[in-house]
Design a protein around this ligand. Structure first.
Ligand code: CO
Length: 214
C-alpha cells in the first residue's frame, strides 16, 4: 500500500520529464490560461476518465464528476461548474456522459435503504418513475439497466437545459449546445445519444423558460 502510494510521485516526475521532452513550453503554456470548448459532466467511476476517452489533452475539457453523472437542481457544486463554464469559459458544448455498468444506477434500481446515498439516488429513482412504462416493458434486467443509464443521461441533459445560464447564453451567442453520451466500458466506445438539442430546448421553454427578467 505504502509503495503504491509513493509510486504516484515517481510516476508524476516521469510524466513531467516526458511532457517537457515533447514540448518544453507545455507547462508554461497551460499555466497561463485554460480555454476548453467542452464541459464534461460524468460519473466518478474510476474506469471512465474524460480526457482519455475523448482523446483530449489537459486544458481542453472542463470536468465535473459525481455518482451517476447527475445534474441536481439544488446541487451548488454542479450548478457552479455550469455557471463558470458557460459565463467565464464560454464552452461550446456541455456533455452529460453516463456509462453502462454504472454502480450508482444499479444501486438506485434496488428499492432499499442505502443510508446517506438515499437523497442522491432518489434523483435517479425519480428518473425511473418518469419513464416507468418504458422501463417496465423491458423484460431483461440487464437491458432495463442499460436503458435506465441512457434515459438518465437524457434527463440530466434536460436539467442542464433548464438552467438560466445555458438558455441565455444560447439565445445570445448560439452556444453552448447540450449533448448526451454513454460510454461502453466493455469496448471503450463512446455512443452519442443524438439528443435533438433545439427540439428539447423549445419543448422545455414552455415551462422552464428563464431567459426573461422578472
Ligand atoms: Co457510474
Amino acid at each position: 500500500m505504502e509503495n503504491s502510494y509513493k509510486k504516484i510521485f515517481e510516476a508524476n516526475k516521469k510524466w513531467v520529464e516526458k511532457m517537457n521532452g515533447e514540448n518544453p513550453d507545455f507547462f508554461a503554456h497551460l499555466a497561463k490560461e485554460q480555454n476548453p470548448d467542452y464541459l464534461y459532466i460524468g460519473c466518478s467511476d474510476s474506469r471512465v476518465h474524460a480526457n482519455e476517452i475523448m482523446g483530449l489533452q489537459p486544458g481542453e475539457v472542463f470536468v465535473h464528476r459525481n455518482i451517476a453523472n447527475m445534474v441536481v437542481n439544488n446541487d451548488l457544486n454542479v450548478l457552479s461548474v455550469i455557471n463558470y463554464a458557460v459565463e467565464h469559459l464560454n464552452v461550446k458544448f456541455i456533455i452529460v456522459c453516463g456509462h453502462y455498468n454504472c454502480g450508482g444506477i444499479k444501486a438506485a434500481m434496488q428499492p432499499k435503504d442505502l443510508g446517506i446515498l438515499n437523497p442522491w439516488l432518489r434523483n435517479v429513482r425519480d428518473v425511473y418513475r418518469l419513464h416507468e412504462k418504458e422501463l417496465d416493458n423491458i423484460a431483461s434486467p440487464d437491458e432495463r439497466y442499460n436503458r435506465l443509464v441512457e434515459i438518465n443521461v437524457y434527463e440530466q441533459c434536460l436539467n442542464v437545459i433548464k438552467t438560466a445560464e445555458v438558455q441565455k447564453s444560447y439565445y445570445e451567442k448560439g452556444y453552448p449546445r447540450v449533448a448526451g453520451w454513454v460510454y461502453d466500458l466493455n469496448e471503450g466506445i463512446l455512443k452519442d445519444l443524438n439528443i435533438d438539442f433545439e427540439k428539447e430546448l423549445n419543448r422545455i421553454r414552455k415551462i422552464y423558460d428563464l431567459t426573461k427578467e422578472k
